[in-house]
Design a protein around this ligand. Structure first.
Ligand code: SF4
Length: 98
C-alpha cells in the first residue's frame, strides 16, 4: 500500500467516525497560504492538536515529494529565493591619478 492510499484510508475511517482533521476547519486556507507565518501556524496546529492522521499525512507528502503547503506538520514550501546581487561593472579610470 502506498502512503497516499494509507492516508486516504485513514481519512475515510476518520470521516466514518464523524471526525475531521484540523486542516478541515474553517481556517483551512492557512495550510495552503502564500504567507509563511500562516503556514507555520498551520504546521504547529497539526502537531499541537495531534492530528489523528499526522504520520500518514507526512508520509504521503514525502511520497508525493510535495514542494508546497503543509503536510504532516511540516511546511514543505521552499523559502523564497533571495534576489541575486547586482553585477559589478568595471569603472574606467577608477583610481587613476591624473
Ligand atoms: S497532519 Fe495533515 S491531515 Fe492532519 S491537519 Fe495536518 S495537514 Fe491536515
Amino acid at each position: 500500500m502506498t502512503a497516499a492510499e494509507a492516508l486516504t484510508r485513514a481519512l475515510l475511517k476518520l470521516a466514518d467516525q464523524d471526525h475531521a482533521t484540523p486542516c478541515q476547519s474553517r481556517r483551512r486556507d492557512r495550510w495552503t497560504s502564500d504567507d509563511a507565518e500562516e503556514r507555520e501556524w498551520a504546521a504547529a496546529v497539526c502537531v499541537g492538536l495531534s492530528c489523528p492522521v499526522l504520520v500518514q499525512c507526512g508520509d504521503a507528502g514525502a511520497e508525493f515529494k510535495a514542494a508546497h503547503h503543509v503536510w504532516g506538520g511540516v511546511d514543505r514550501t521552499p523559502p523564497p529565493a533571495r534576489p541575486k546581487p547586482a553585477k559589478r561593472t568595471a569603472r574606467p579610470n577608477c583610481g587613476a591619478v591624473a
